[in-house]
Ligand binder design. Sequence first.
Ligand SMILES: *Cc1c(COP(=O)(O)O)cnc(C)c1O
Length: 395
Amino acid sequence: MSMIPYAKQSISEQDIEAVNEVLRSDFITQGPVISQFEEAVAKYCGAKFAIAVSHGTAALHLACLALEVRVGDIVWTSPNSFVASANCAIYCNAEVDFIDIDPDTYNICIDSLTLKLQQAEKDNRIPKVIIPVHFSGQPCDMKALKSLSKKYGFLIIEDAAHALGAEYTDQKVGSCAYSELTIFSFHPAKMITSGEGGMIMTNNPQLADKIKRLSTHGITRETGLMTEESHGGWYYQQLDLGYNYRITDIQAALGLSQLRCLDEFISKRKKLAERYNHQLQSLPLTMPWQNPEAQSSWHLYVIRLNLKQLKIDRKSVFEQLRQAGIGVHVHYIPIHTQPFYQERGFRQGDFPESESYYQEALTLPLFTDLTEEQVDFISHKISDILLSNLNPRFL
Ligand SMILES: *Cc1c(COP(=O)(O)O)cnc(C)c1O
């Protein structure tokens, strides 16, 4: 029996044709489609600038570099994220710390953040950058973050790897209305794919130029930026230490073609999520929170098991579902509990909300081409497992 995956790309004949067209053209790497893709995402999100790069992790790294995160600086992010959200600061030799999550939203908790900032101010250790993560596609409380950033003077990079197409106070995530920079990922599990790929959004022209340059070795061909007169048509100068984080035209063609279907992808995901909500409503579990000021992109559908009402744990539910051919997953193992971060001084217990969430969380399959029948099958299976394992003390 084949497993229903937790996530899966949706590739149309139109997508394949768009990629073929690039393969038949003169340029397969730095051709015209990359800027078309960038302009299309910028327009979609309502941001002035977009820079396409090789993956979301590269986007995070470049975002940190552009904000001059370096040794001696501190960066805070959510422990409930993929490791890349924290690693990007380590790449820049900065120090990482975490803000515990809100037990209802699974995004960073604004109250914990406020307390942590008050303490940091006393200790003279205000972070240079905070990286909020729009977990599962539900936007964070960006108004609160923005007002704290004004008060304490930190900068904001939104990790919107899950949230392309999500809306917050009637603006698309990626508009950078509440941040310096926003990053997206186009990994096949995410909202749209370019194979591997990522993008950085900003309204700041200096940051956009700098990121563009850093994505290609720190090299410029603009005479205005050079320290001496050009030697001729071949000439370029390396101004900073950059990287090869370029995306290809082949990938950009896929991403651009996929973008045309994004709204349709989201409305299909939303319908499926509502079907799950309906089917799962009376079980001992918590369904996904919805920000009243926002529209989720519905990247992930995460349930939180009410373990007190059950006589089995999450692992057992996970394994029984996997055995039934349902590719459930868990997002995320709290980053600070990873051995790499434990070696840097973090301990189990440091961010208790993210840790207790982790004990109870289960990601159900959700992707554009998942069918209603599959949602019903998965829901029934969950219902069977949970109802036959109720804790007798709670019956
Ligand atoms: C996927 C993901 C990334 C990294 O994106 P890649 O394109 O895989 O490098 C970063 N942050 C979060 C929250 C993600 O889910």
